[in-house]
Write a new protein. Structure first.
Length: 82
């Protein structure tokens, strides 16, 4: 079976407070950067999966995201070929 590279991006839902993103946004001016209008921090996960084809790999990664990589109550995620 060929290896298929998949990318899963996970972000907090817009209505969920992002304290890490806020802390980074607050630090930018003290480092000489212009203030950011908005800054949110998420996770970027890269996987190489052995699967029969790309669609099977995407489906497998989708299940991984739903069950392990993201908390669907507070996070949104996207799965794509890498």
């Amino acid at each position: 079976m060929p290896a298929v590279k998949i990318v899963v991006d996970v972000m907090l839902k817009p209505e969920i407070l992002d304290p890490q993103g806020q802390a980074v946004a607050n630090a930018l001016p003290s480092l000489g950067f212009e203030p950011a209008r908005s800054l949110r921090i998420g996770k970027h996960v890269e996987l190489e999966l052995e699967a029969a084809d790309e669609q099977a790999a995407l489906e497998q990664a989708q299940t991984m995201a739903e069950k392990l990589l993201a908390n669907p109550v507070i996070e949104d995620y996207s799965v794509r070929l890498g």
